[in-house]
Design a protein around this ligand. Structure first.
Ligand SMILES: [Zn+2]
Ligand SMILES: [Zn+2]
Length: 259
């Protein structure tokens, strides 16, 4: 069982609930050894939704998690991170973040500041751009892992050929650079739907992970926690997915990539 979770949000993103401390206590209560906070990175240019902290709030976020890190250091190891889209026009910002936080996750929810989230709007062209940006992002060395690589599947009922090619190329790069790809446990809570004639999760989708397995890229569980009480399901969701995906030869990460 994976006892570390590096994908945790806070109420600063307006679509998560609970105090920072409640996330820490829920993780400790469930025997989690390493807890990484990775709230959505501030990106003041992104005005489509108010779904993240402002750049001016970053220092308060860091200070809050830092104080919990100290307070609970005998019970749990805490890291401070951010989940970021990789947008080439914003790339000067990532090294600035890394001066302040311990790590970054690459979670591509859109490709441009003026674009809706992929769970609301997706096109084959955007899948290709997403793939190009994620691969470029991985090569920078700034990102600890790639969150929900198949997020683009949310609205789709067929796995498009260019989606498969995108995942193969991302997985190939991930294997080469040893950057884990996430099996996103929050995606499971959205339930299954008919995709290519079989009931499947939108993400983490079984076709995605068959392709990832064939490239032997490392995979990591991420709770993508937006509510402290979901820590209660952290291990049962891992178990369930391991059983559902047991026919695949997945290369599970066994130790926390942060030190
Ligand atoms: Zn979120
Ligand atoms: Zn995300």
């Amino acid at each position: 069982m994976q006892t570390f979770n590096l994908h945790t949000h806070t109420s600063r993103c307006f679509h998560a609930v609970g105090s920072d401390k409640e996330y820490v206590l829920a993780a400790i209560r469930n025997g989690v050894k390493v807890l990484g906070f990775s709230d959505h990175c501030p990106m003041d240019q992104y005005t489509v939704y108010q779904d993240r902290m402002k750049l001016s709030e970053l220092d308060e976020y860091i200070a809050s998690i830092q104080s919990l890190k100290e307070k609970y250091k005998d019970q749990i190891t805490i890291y401070i991170g951010l989940e970021c889209e990789y947008l080439p026009e914003y790339k000067h910002q990532y090294p600035e973040f890394l001066k302040k936080v311990d790590y970054l996750l690459l979670g591509q929810h859109f490709n441009r500041f003026d674009q809706k989230d992929f769970t609301e709007e997706i096109s084959l062209e955007e899948i290709c751009t997403m793939k190009d940006y994620v691969i470029e992002g991985m090569k920078t060395g700034w990102f600890t892992y790639v969150a929900h690589p198949d997020y683009f599947m949310f609205l789709l009922e067929n796995y498009p050929q260019n989606g498969k090619e995108a995942i193969c190329q991302i997985a190939h790069t991930a294997a080469k650079l040893q950057i884990p790809l996430e099996m996103n446990l929050k995606g499971m809570s959205k339930g299954k739907k008919m995709i290519d004639g079989q009931m499947d999760y939108r993400y983490p989708n079984s076709q995605t992970f068959e392709l990832i397995a064939s490239e032997n890229a490392p995979v990591i569980f991420g709770l993508d926690c937006h509510d402290p009480k979901t820590f209660d399901d952290f291990y049962s969701l891992q178990n369930q997915l391991k059983i559902e995906f047991q026919h695949m030869k997945l290369n599970y990460v066994t130790t926390c990539p942060l030190k």
